[in-house]
Design a protein. Structure first.
Length: 239
């Protein structure tokens, strides 16, 4: 039986453009927040950033600006307290280097991680290197909080691009090996739970451009993370 939560769990979404969203999106983060609230299990989002990717005109920032312009959400919705650690174009190769500082600063209890597409698509890492970076990411995050809990998604497929003929194969190779790695990294104190996005995310039906989530895709991603979160982490079970 699921035990009632005495305080809202704190979660930090770590991701790329699929998690960041563009100006005017709802985002799957918003869908996830609504999902939990509707079930009497609200969560607290944490992280260094808020909002979505700014519209193009907002990118004309002063040359010495230290903060990127921030985009908004769909007009008329409220997303109070939204914080995250997702950014357009982000790589696992980069995130592994700074995750410890972010965890130390913002103290999430749970990391919801959706990274790797850019690493594979743009030739930064092959499956072997990306898997090694996932392991390093987990180790470094745990160094900042040993009881941290993880939900790690596999890499979604996009509609075919003639310039990336090998992407489906290397994505499948990475996704096939990821659950085994996550099981090896998981501990009773700090479970690492796989989230199978690739099997449920349809790039033809769930996206507006072959990759990034439209309304249907936002629900698909949120449902996948919620389905893994509630039984595996809120109750303290690893699997």
């Amino acid at each position: 039986m699921t035990q009632p939560m005495t305080c809202p769990p704190s979660i930090m979404v770590v991701g790329d453009s699929l998690s960041h969203g563009s100006d005017g999106d709802y985002t799957w983060r918003y869908r996830l927040a609504r999902h939990f609230a509707a079930r009497g299990a609200p969560v607290r989002f944490t992280g260094p950033w808020t909002g979505t990717r700014a519209p193009p005109r907002a990118h004309r920032s002063p040359p010495h600006a230290h903060r990127s312009p921030v985009g908004g959400y769909r007009p008329g919705i409220g997303f109070p307290g939204d914080r995250h650690y997702a950014r357009w174009g982000r790589l696992m190769e980069e995130a592994r280097r700074n995750i410890a500082d972010a965890v130390a600063a913002h103290r999430p209890g749970h990391l919801l991680v959706a990274l790797g597409f850019n690493d594979l698509a743009w030739g930064v890492s092959g499956p072997d290197r990306l898997l090694a970076h996932v392991a390093e990411f987990v180790d470094r995050a745990r160094a900042a909080r040993p009881d941290l809990r993880f939900l790690v998604a596999d890499v979604v497929h996009r509609t075919p691009l003639p310039s990336l003929p090998h992407l489906p194969g290397i994505t499948e190779a990475y996704n096939a090996r990821l659950p085994g790695l996550l099981a090896a990294l998981s501990t009773p104190r700090s479970p690492v739970v796989p989230v199978g996005l690739a099997a449920v995310y349809d790039p033809y039906a769930d996206t507006y451009d072959g990759l990034h989530p439209g309304v249907a895709g936002e629900f698909t991603i949120a449902k996948a993370f919620a389905g893994a979160f509630l039984p595996a982490l809120v109750t303290g079970r690893a699997g």
